[in-house]
Design a protein around this ligand. Structure first.
Ligand SMILES: Cc1ncc(COP(=O)(O)O)c(C=O)c1O
Length: 453
């Protein structure tokens, strides 16, 4: 009987390891066309795993074109030219470290695209998804964007919505436009690392603004604006990355007033907003004439779709269309359509509920395992900001945790000031597939931060 080679010390789910073993043996020629894989029951007994785990690996292997599962007959290896793809496998390799750096959105709860793709495969209009569309997106996909924004508490007409390739792209086009008015970019002193790459590319001058556990401090912003003048204010008011802060309504009002007084624009990055149950109103309600509202499907549906939505002042629409055209012509219509279908059939709303619930469970697990540390986080967000003991600076913490096989992102990745970064670490709670894996990683993190000298 064929026996898969599995690294039992790996953190990767068993079904993925089994899938990788099939792919490796097909690639090496150990499994050849027509070979019959053991029955899932026999393989499950051999490996000491659930039968469903083996069945899941077989289904994935069939999707990748490695095998064919014939009900009643068994699972057979396909010829390599017909089956195994000539390019590298998409299956992630096993990793020895518990990597808590990537802020992944609970991939295990992402909707499975199989049924949407099957429906699309037979839809009479499917060819339209492979043509050029207008830079703002097809009308149906802008309508889907308006429905997405409705879930953020913003009601808008579809002709105001621009479909982008993720929030990152939406922020880029908004700043590319605003840079022509001023090169000054105000941002929270701890800010999203993706903003740094945009700022560098556009050669804008970043002015860090002090923040506290509620988010950006309007008094500090007022001081900064008096000194540097009009500019773009980029902020993450709802579930700030990395601290999880939610900006209270009064601060939003104060910032909107300042923006109006000094003719600044506001880029509201709401990529994480749908994880929060009832945050205060968006800046769109306070200053629609100067707010660029950025939304994304990445944290709820999946980042690989690369779909985000930008809502911008009406007077900037025409310029933004040119920027969209210049940067990517249009967002992928196939992906935008999948989002539209998932809004229509209720998948989006179900996934929001499921992800919030799982994020909440992971947050309470984190607080209980790291009870000896100061943890800042939103109760339903996918990341946590861990303040380290004073004797452990970022580099030492990184070394100590890496020694124990777990890595987080040091504060320096978010810190925008030239001074030393705070003594803290962001951990992404959804970058490991199972809660049990997270618990193991957190225990090691707790040991690393309490025992190291
Ligand atoms: C605050 C924030 N903005 C934007 C993004 C990028 O989102 P997208 O995948 O839609 O480009 C992220 C991703 O982690 C994020 O945390």
């Amino acid at each position: 009987m064929w026996k898969p080679k599995i690294d039992w010390n790996s953190d990767v789910p068993i079904f993925r390891l089994l899938l990788q073993a099939i792919a490796d043996d097909v690639a090496s020629g150990e499994l050849v066309s027509g070979d019959r894989l053991p029955a899932s029951r026999d393989l499950a007994d051999l490996l000491g795993v659930a039968r469903g785990t083996v069945a899941k690996a077989f289904v994935e292997a069939e999707r990748l074109g490695l095998v064919q599962c014939d009900v009643g007959r068994g699972t057979f290896v396909l010829p390599r030219d017909q089956g195994a793809r000539p390019y590298a496998s998409l299956i992630e390799g096993p990793t020895a470290l518990s990597d808590l750096t990537a802020n992944l959105p609970l991939a295990g709860l992402d909707p499975d695209p199989a049924s949407a793709l099957e429906v699309l495969a037979h839809r009479p209009d499917r060819h339209l998804l492979f043509r050029y569309h207008a830079p703002a997106g097809a009308l149906r996909h802008r309508q889907a964007g308006a429905l997405w924004l409705e879930r953020l508490g913003v009601s808008t007409k579809s002709d105001q919505v621009l479909v982008c390739a993720g929030a990152q792209h939406a922020i880029f086009v908004a700043l590319a436009l605003l840079r022509r008015r001023s090169k000054i970019l105000y941002a929270e002193e701890l800010s999203y690392p993706g903003l740094h790459s945009i700022r560098e590319t556009l050669r804008m001058e970043l002015v860090p603004v002090a923040m506290d556990s509620d988010g950006l401090d309007p008094t500090a912003l007022a001081r900064a604006i008096r000194r540097h003048g009009s500019g773009a204010i980029y902020l993450m008011p709802t579930i700030h990355n990395p601290t999880g802060a939610v900006l209270p309504a009064e601060r939003r009002e104060a910032i909107a007033r300042l923006a109006r007084q000094h003719d600044c624009s506001i880029i509201e990055d709401d990529a994480n907003r749908l994880l929060a149950a009832s945050p205060p109103d968006s800046f769109w309600h306070l200053a629609p004439e100067r707010t660029f509202l950025v939304a994304s499907v990445s944290k709820i549906l999946s980042p690989g779709l690369r779909i985000g939505y930008l809502l911008a002042p009406a007077s900037d629409q025409a310029s933004l269309l040119r920027h969209l055209w210049a940067t990517h012509w249009m967002a992928g219509p196939l992906n935008a359509e999948i989002v539209a279908m998932w809004i229509e059939d209720g998948t989006v709303d179900r996934t929001i509920v499921a992800k919030r619930a799982e994020a909440k469970r992971r947050q309470s697990l984190t607080r209980s395992v790291l009870s000896g540390l100061w943890v800042e986080a939103h109760p339903t967000s996918l990341h946590a900001w861990i303040h380290l003991p004073s004797r452990l600076d970022g580099a030492r913490a990184l070394a100590a945790t890496t020694d124990r096989g777990v890595v987080g992102t040091p504060a320096a990745a978010f810190w925008t000031r030239p001074t030393p970064a705070p003594n803290a670490l962001r951990i992404a709670l959804a970058s490991v597939p199972r809660r049990a894996d997270l618990k193991r990683a957190l225990v090691r993190l707790a040991e690393a931060t309490t025992n190291s000298r």
